[in-house]
Design a protein around this ligand. Sequence first.
Ligand code: DGL
Length: 273
Amino acid sequence: MKGDKSDFDPRPIGIFDSGVGGLTVLGALARQLPGESFIYLGDTARVPYGSKSPRTVERYTLQVADFLLSQNVKALVVACNTASALGLAALRTHCDVPIQGVIQPGCRAALSASKSRHIGVIGTRTTMASGAYPHTLYLLNPKVQVSSLACPLFVPLVEENWLTHPATHLIVEESLKPFIHKKLDTLILGCTHYPPLKPVIKEVLGSEVRLVDSAQAVAEEMELRLRDLIKPTRPGTPQLLNYLVTDVAERFIEVAPRFLDGLPVKNVEMVDL
Ligand code: DGL
């Protein structure tokens, strides 16, 4: 069933991440677009993407997108920062549905939050090595000063739910040391997993540094794009949330609520890409 010729399109929106982290984006989208249904795919068999080579991340991204397109989605949201950094260009030539990544909305949100125009970005090694964030920030505002830093230890801390552990404070402090005297006024959390570490990051960098996580920015941008590029569902359509994972579902079901702000996780199915 393709979208019909009416003003409405009942098909779901596909959203994907390397694992659970993108659920922060799903949560924001589901709240912002209560009439839309979503299929979330977490590539849990191959997470993390953030330590893999650009070629591998691009290949995984195209495979996941193909799977979601085979589920007849009307748009694709790439919630994973690493996949957005490395796979978006290939996806845009590969797919014929609107595609939304997380990097542009995050950069726009940071530029509107920043007064000094000195913005820091943290993310996985692969995202940081791609230069996607500085590149996008300079395109949006050539006067911006950008400092980037890979924080590879943050993802496992959040996966293990070590949010208040003393070791976490130490690791965050040590990882962010290069930023402590940089006088940043805004920091982009350029990774799906970092939002739960906001309190520790604030302790380390000081509460005057504004933290931007792209989940809300993507949701707001998507709402605008939906009006322009995608037809909405008929008014009154109930929202359905379906979850697909590429490895066994148990661990996903256990960890998912930490990223979803209370949204229940039901309908989890394991798929082979
Ligand atoms: N989803 C990834 C990101 O936002 C973090 C986890 C991973 O390395 O796969 O970059």
